[in-house]
Ligand binder design. Structure first.
Ligand code: HEM
Length: 454
């Protein structure tokens, strides 16, 4: 069975496999009556929480999957004083902003910059009607004990863009496999200790309260994407492969910035032309590690730039020995509407808040400063990573910031032009703007029952 070693009836469903629905609401709440909340949690909410086991088989999947997670302020409010052993979590994401994440705080959604978010419900289903019905049910159960602080409606993109994030790239291809869970990992998929993602499991070296076992830290980020600006940048800076059309040269630049084509085909295996058949083949689409016979992995960028988003956030064989400490499981979903004609025509994102679009980013890990925060600060925002290169790789051209906390400081990745890897293609503006977020703890169902509920 697939559950060797892990208690899948106790681990919330989003952590290891994601709820994988077309609609997912993130409902951020404040607890106004702790005792009442704890009573309602056990009697009313716990039966709604979806464990991993329930998501594994189609016939047991609920119409709307429900997960819940708490911020440190939420734990404080509930009177849960045990130290979970993660200072990023305890301090909250706002504390990480300037020093670690490089966000410009003025871009933060005020709810995330405030102090009232105690927890979040993740409600996932095929339709908005289902999500809203379950939200109503949750709100009725928690009548008098919570208030809404903020919510963000995640939605898969329509039609053939389903599964693609707003820049157009297929997402959700590469997540690590977990020992004891995925018994037949896909080719190229790294198999890691469960303790990297679940507290108290093999590989988690931090001392935790016993009840925290099989919980996970959820790093949430609302990442706005300036899609028209990104598209214009690709056209303006299209590469110059003589065998490709101008459009294809623009696509090639985008693929090299990401590390995959929009189809999902990795540029490491398909360096000059997209390969949709490769992209659609799970036996091959993640089976690469940046090394190629006859090429020196320490210098070769003809296949994939060192600065590519994929390579920055998971260097694979580019680090020796291969990194086993800094990994996350991603479970995000796009939010916001498609680009409008007016935005396309003006190459500019609308300032109308209802037209904001981006990624409701979710990362699970057992240690935030080794997981999401590490990837963002030590790899993506660090122009020198990976080190020892002839020309500095530059920051991640998708999510990197210069770390100053000031938006739109020009970024200067090298390696994007395969014909001249030392050439710097200057990126004047940020295509991903952090609107903030929070760190949460997603407890096991038994912890909800025995520690959170009254
Ligand atoms: C992979 C887009 C933010 C970490 C990917 C992929 C895409 C993508 C298209 C390839 C699909 C796949 O391999 O599964 C984006 C966009 C973002 C964003 C548009 C912002 C709006 C982030 C952030 C982090 C991150 C903030 C972490 C700090 C990763 C990791 C991978 C990945 C670890 C897998 C790399 C691999 O295993 O090869 N991203 N991403 N991403 N992203 Fe992001």
């Amino acid at each position: 069975s697939a559950d060797a070693g892990l208690n899948l009836t106790d681990i919330q469903g989003d952590i290891l496999i994601g709820m994988k629905k077309n609609k997912e609401l993130f409902f951020f709440f404040n607890i106004v009556n702790s005792t009442l909340f704890r009573t309602q949690l056990g009697s009313g909410i716990l039966p709604l929480i979806t464990p991993t086991s329930q998501l594994l088989a189609v016939d047991t999947q609920p119409t709307t999957a429900v997960n819940i997670a708490f911020s440190q302020r939420g734990l404080d409010t509930l009177g849960i004083t045990d130290d979970l052993g993660d200072t990023s979590f305890s301090n909250g994401q706002l504390d990480n902003v300037a020093s670690i994440l490089g966000d410009e705080t003025s871009n933060w959604e005020s709810a995330f910059a405030g102090t009232s978010i105690h927890g979040v419900f993740l409600l996932a289903s095929d339709t908005l009607d289902n999500v809203n019905a379950t939200l109503l049910q949750v709100q009725n159960i928690l009548e008098g004990s919570i208030t809404e602080v903020y919510s963000l409606q995640g939605e898969a993109r329509p039609g053939d863009q389903q599964g693609h994030e707003h820049f157009g790239f297929m997402d959700g291809i590469s997540n690590p496999a977990v020992t004891g869970f995925a018994l037949s990992p896909l080719p190229g998929q790294q198999v890691l200790d469960p303790g990297l993602f679940l507290l108290g499991e093999t590989g988690d070296t931090v001392t935790r309260p016993a009840w925290a076992k099989d919980g996970s830290f959820l790093a949430f980020r609302q990442l706005q994407q300036r899609v028209p600006e990104f598209n214009k940048f690709l056209v303006d800076n299209a590469l110059s492969n003589p065998n490709l059309t101008a459009d294809q040269n623009a696509e090639l630049l985008g693929a090299r910035m990401m590390g995959r084509w929009k189809s999902g085909a990795p540029v490491d295996l398909a360096p000059t032309v997209d390969d949709p058949v490769l992209a659609a083949d799970p036996q091959r689409n993640n089976n690469f590690n940046y090394s190629h016979p006859g090429f020196d992995i320490t210098t070769d960028q003809t296949h994939c730039p060192f600065s590519a988003h994929l390579r920055k956030t998971n260097p694979r064989a580019g680090l020796t020995p291969e990194n086993t400490a800094n990994h996350i499981i991603r479970a995000g979903i796009p939010y916001g509407p498609e680009v409008t004609d007016a935005e396309s025509a003006s190459n500019t994102s609308s300032t109308d808040p209802s037209l904001e679009r981006g990624l409701a980013f979710v990362a699970y890990q057992s240690d935030i400063s080794n997981g999401f925060a590490f990837l963002q600060q030590i790899w993506a925002n660090n122009a020198k990573f990976p080190g020892g290169k002839a020309s500095e790789p530059g920051v991640d051209p998708i999510i990197g910031t210069d770390g100053s906390g000031i938006a739109d400081v020009a970024r200067t990745p090298s390696g994007l032009d395969p014909d001249d890897p030392t050439r710097i293609i200057t990126i004047e503006q940020d295509f991903v703007v952090s609107r903030g977020g929070e760190y949460f703890f997603s407890p096991s169902l038994s912890a909800i029952q025995n520690t959170f509920a009254l």
